[in-house]
Structures are given as structure tokens and as C-alpha cells.
Design a binder for this molecule. Structure first.
Ligand code: SF4
Ligand code: SF4
Length: 280
């Protein structure tokens, strides 16, 4: 089983479009695929797949809870919390600011009086949808205002691997969030093949360099995919790819067929328009 990742630092560059076209392309070759939407703050693959999210598992974050009977108001927990998630005034009980807490666990381990228990807070959901016998779809989704969404990404990934093992899948395709933050790094670090999606526009060029630089820092090579191919010169993309010792591994044409399929949420019928120069 191989882990593939569709990524890019710019929102709306076509990561999801590519991930879905690649999924359908592989399925058309008889492969079994699990597609996992890891953009948990703004998941949209289900919209493009024209599927309702179902079969929900709740995701919780461990958070500290004070046992006032045991607390001696020493303030050590507040002093050691690196996220400033504990507010303490000398002589008073500590107050936990759960929105800032990243569940590192330092406070409940360090309290000398065992006054901090572990509670939990619901932060999101993971959905698993069987599209057909060769295609499962997993999607994470965070609740509004949740700062720490990594546990949701991890749970979506865990679920995708679980399903992939059960159906003996050939590939898991991770569709990452935009950017280069922890949630993206977690996925790229474990991927066998990374596809950096870009478009022939000034913003696309700028963001491609960031994606390729991130992959390089992780000791990986990202292959370049051009979305909206045809709207501008691709020479500069070629030069950037060469600089990072990679190449343009695929193109999605800027065509009425792709746009129509996108609007109708029926990308299945245009997967052959995705031209790939990589063996999968
Ligand atoms: S470290 Fe423990 S005893 Fe000290 S203030 Fe925090 S909860 Fe209370
Ligand atoms: S779990 Fe970590 S981040 Fe959260 S309040 Fe305790 S020390 Fe701070």
C-alpha cells in the first residue's frame, strides 16, 4: 500500500481536484483507493464528490480539569504551561483556558499534588463513506473555533489506514490543507509520493517554491502538477522544478470539460484529461 499526498500552499490551487481526478484515474485502472480529506478546517472533497458525509466518529481532545480539594494553589502548572493556557494569580486556583490548550499533558503530569485530572472536549468528527467496493472516502472536520486540529487529522489518517488495510487498498491519497503548518507536515512526512499542485499564475509560482522547499526540508522530492494548464507560460514552473531536481509529473488542462465537471460535481467522467508522467 502506498501513501500519496496532494498538497500546495495556496488555497484553491486545485489540490482537491487533483486528488479526486487521481483517485478516479487509479480506480479506472482497477486499483483500490482510499481518499482522505485532511483539510479538516475546510473539508470540501465531499462536495466535489457530490456525497453527503456520513458514518461519523467523534474526535476528542484531552484537557485538564482541576480537583480543587487537592490543589494547593502553588502555581507550578501555570509556570510550566508553554501555551499560556493556565491563568493563575498567587493565592488563587489556576484557571484553564481550554481554547489555548494543546493537550501536551505537562500540567497533569507535573502537579505535585495530583490535583489535575484529564477530561475531554469534543473538537471534531471523522466520517467514513463507502463510495463503492474499490473506493472509500474519509474526511475529517473540525468544530468551529478549535485551535488545535491535529488530533482530527491524526484520527482521519488512522481511520484511512484502518479502512485501507481492511479492503486491501493499493493507495491512500491524502488531500492536505493549504499551507505548510503542522497538519500538512504530519502527512507529507509519511507520504511515499508527494504531488505539489500549482497553476501557471504569479501566485501559483510563488507558492510552488514554498511547497518544494518544504518537501526538501523533509528530505522528500515533490512532483509538480499543473492545474489550469494552458492559461499561461509554464517555462518558469519548469525552471523551478529543475532547481528542486524534480519535474512536471502531470497536468490538468484548463478546459470547458473540466470546468463543467467541476460545477456539476462529476469529476469521474474527466479523469482521463489528467495527464500523468509517473508510474502508479
Ligand atoms: S500545580 Fe497542582 S497544586 Fe499547584 S496550582 Fe496547579 S493544580 Fe494546584
Ligand atoms: S495540557 Fe499542556 S497546554 Fe494544556 S493546559 Fe496543561 S500544560 Fe497547558
Amino acid at each position: 500500500m502506498k501513501f500519496l499526498a496532494s498538497t500546495g500552499t495556496k488555497g484553491g490551487v486545485g489540490k482537491s481536484t487533483f486528488a479526486i481526478l487521481l483517485t478516479y484515474k487509479l480506480i479506472s485502472k482497477g486499483k483500490k483507493v482510499v481518499l482522505c480529506d485532511c483539510d479538516v478546517e475546510c473539508p470540501n472533497d465531499h462536495l466535489l464528490l457530490n456525497r453527503k458525509l456520513s458514518n461519523k466518529t467523534k474526535v476528542y481532545q484531552p484537557i485538564p480539569k482541576l480537583d480543587k480539594r487537592k490543589c494547593r494553589k502553588c502555581g507550578i502548572c501555570a509556570e510550566k504551561c508553554r501555551s499560556n493556557a493556565i491563568f493563575w494569580i498567587p493565592g488563587g486556583y489556576p484557571k484553564f483556558i481550554h481554547d489555548l490548550c494543546n493537550s501536551c499533558g505537562v500540567c497533569w503530569h507535573i502537579c505535585p499534588f495530583g490535583a489535575i485530572k484529564v477530561s475531554k472536549k469534543e473538537i471534531g468528527e471523522v466520517y467514513s463513506v463507502k463510495i463503492d467496493k474499490n473506493f472509500w472516502f474519509i474526511s475529517g472536520k473540525s468544530k468551529p473555533n478549535v485551535e488545535e486540529t491535529t488530533p482530527i487529522v491524526n484520527e482521519a489518517k488512522r481511520k484511512a489506514i484502518d479502512v485501507a488495510k481492511k479492503i486491501n487498498a493499493d493507495y491512500i491519497i491524502f488531500d492536505t490543507a493549504a499551507g505548510i503548518h503542522c497538519n500538512v507536515v504530519h502527512i507529507l512526512r509519511e507520504s511515499d509520493m508527494i504531488f505539489a499542485v500549482t497553476e501557471p499564475t504569479p501566485l501559483g509560482l510563488h507558492d510552488l517554491k514554498i511547497s518544494l522547499e518544504l518537501a526538501k526540508k523533509l528530505g522528500k522530492k515533490a512532483l509538480v502538477i499543473i492545474n489550469k494548464s494552458g492559461i499561461g507560460s509554464e517555462k518558469r514552473i519548469q525552471r523551478i522544478a529543475k532547481k528542486y531536481k524534480t519535474y512536471i509529473a502531470g497536468k490538468i488542462p484548463y478546459s470547458k470539460d473540466v470546468l463543467d465537471a467541476y460545477v456539476k460535481r462529476d469529476l469521474k467522467n474527466v479523469h482521463e484529461l489528467l495527464k500523468l508522467k509517473v508510474g502508479l
